[in-house]
Design a protein around this ligand. Structure first.
Ligand SMILES: Nc1ncnc2c1ncn2[C@@H]1O[C@H](COP(=O)(O)OP(=O)(O)OP(=O)(O)O)[C@@H](O)[C@H]1O
Ligand SMILES: [Mg+2]
Length: 465
């Protein structure tokens, strides 16, 4: 019987030991006694199954997982493990030298239960130039498409564990120099390939401008820029789960989890098409129990949802919402991965997670916001004021963000035009939607078309597959 396992560390403190194969009769709780602090999903020790679901959300979601599997299989074979059993714990066991989200890290333990020497070299940062970053992104594209040589080096590996569909890498930016983290070193930025399948040209520009627009409208949003590395169009997002220690300047990890983790649902349940719960009211309830200022956080959630619906950002799914753990409680992480489907053919406008049962974003009206606010425990006047403030601020914020972007963002000549056309359309539809929203503010509620009757499928909102 294999005794291999992983030590789970939070802020470098050992929280729990998770055996890859639990011995018969052993209660998981003895191993997982302190794992509860990892997530707001549980206040006591989680079950093994719940912890595995939670861990599955920190792993790569795209074809890159194949390279992780191969590395794990090879290492399991070398240490007497079963290379055919590959659940989330096995994948992490074989890739414990990677950097993981939030303040999480792992140590692989051997047959005697003691931590093994690290698989890779010590954590370090290697200076890289734009050309090298472009090559790293091309490598990430190949890994996702499973078409090229996989990174199976025994030496240092730039392995940063990030979920999401698009090819991406983690980098650190220190004093203006880009650095590639090796052996689990901390990154500060996430660099994504704009659109490796050519379905959303101009996406880097859209994401950068929409992110900025949120921030100009007073909504916390990750600092995001369109950049070209080599010839690869990318989008760079400053990580909200990383910060510089004001005393030492050292990068520190802040613990953050995705909503899917906090609700303990599988990555595949990120869309309404496959899972009906949790809905936004469930998230508000979580904020009520775990945030230090629930009214501030639920209002922030309402404002983000209003902005998303008005912009035509339909991909706000259960992994596109982050929750930061602070000493005082949880707060919504700054928004990330915000864009718009306006002007893109073939996308129905179906919301990844509906608002009070309405998944068609153009049919969400004031009544839905009021009902959602009531479900979130927000007083009507406060909810109205929140919706109004976003509707009033967003058009100017978008124009201002677009202006700022024209001097700061880099868009490849072949995608700039598409990006600008989409931005024009986003701006036009935003104004029209706000006009309709305000015009029907006090109108009696229209009957919702049931979400179940909607003809859309997961593909509609799953924009980057
Ligand atoms: N600025 C950020 N700070 C911290 N974590 C982030 C940030 N941006 C993204 N993440 C984390 O990385 C994951 C993947 O990033 P992102 O959502 O941008 O990728 P994607 O491939 O565009 O996703 P999707 O599959 O939703 O299209 C997120 O779900 C989140 O956990
Ligand atoms: Mg995402």
């Amino acid at each position: 019987m294999s005794k291999l396992g992983i030590d789970i560390l939070l802020h470098e403190q050992r929280l729990a030991h998770l055996p890859l194969a639990p011995s018969p009769g052993a209660t998981c709780a003895t191993h997982l006694e302190r794992a509860g602090t990892l997530s707001c999903a549980w206040s006591g020790p989680p079950t093994r199954e719940a912890l595995l679901t939670w861990l599955s959300n920190i792993l790569p979601e795209n074809g890159r997982e194949a390279a992780w599997r191969e590395r794990s299989q090879r290492r399991l074979e070398n240490h007497g493990g079963d290379p055919f059993l590959l659940g989330p714990a096995h994948l992490i066991w074989g890739n414990s030298d990677a950097e993981y989200p939030g303040a999480l890290s792992f140590a692989s333990c051997g047959q005697d239960g003691a931590p093994l020497p690290p698989f890779a070299g010590p954590p370090e940062l290697l200076a890289v130039d734009d050309e090298q970053i472009g090559n790293m992104l091309l490598q990430a594209i190949m890994e996702v498409r499973r078409s090229g040589p996989r990174r199976l080096a025994t030496g240092p590996v730039n392995a940063v564990s990030l979920s999401g569909v698009r090819p991406k890498i983690g980098l650190a930016l220190i004093k203006g120099q880009w650095l590639a983290p090796m052996g689990g070193h901390t990154s500060t930025h996430i660099v994504k390939v704009e659109d490796d399948q050519n379905v959303l040209p101009g996406e880097a520009l859209l994401e950068s401008v929409c992110q900025r627009a949120l921030s100009y409208a007073g909504l916390p949003a990750a600092d995001t820029r369109a950049r070209i590395f080599g010839n690869v169009q990318a989008v760079v997002s400053k990580r909200s789960d990383r910060a510089a220690d004001p005393k030492t300047g050292r990068i520190v990890r802040l613990h953050q989890e995705e909503w899917a983790q906090a609700a303990c649902v599988r990555p595949s349940d990120k869309y309404d098409t496959l899972a009906e719960r949790p809905h936004w009211g469930d998230l508000a309830e979580l904020l009520h129990t775990r945030a230090s200022d629930p009214t501030r956080e639920t209002t922030a959630l309402l404002r983000l949802l209003v902005a998303a619906v008005l912009l035509g950002h339909c991909d706000l799914h259960r992994k596109n919402i982050g929750l930061l753990h602070t000493d005082e409680g949880i707060v919504l992480a700054p928004a990330y991965d915000v864009s718009s489907i306006a002007g893109v053919k073939g996308f129905s406008g179906r919301l990844a997670v509906g608002v009070m049962g309405q998944n068609d974003h153009v049919r969400v009206h004031w009544g839905h916001w009021r009902r959602l606010a009531a479900q979130c425990g927000l007083p009507l006047e406060q909810a109205d004021a929140a919706v109004l403030s976003v509707a009033k601020a967003l058009p100017d914020a978008l124009s201002e963000a677009w202006r700022a972007s024209s001097s700061e963002d880099e868009a490849r000549a072949d995608v700039r035009q598409a990006g600008e056309r989409r931005l024009n359309e986003t701006s036009r539809r935003l104004k029209a939607r706000i006009h309709t929203l305000l015009a029907h503010k006090d109108a009696p509620e229209l009957r919702d078309r049931s979400a179940a009757n909607s003809p859309s499928t997961a593909v509609d909102c799953d924009k980057k597959r």
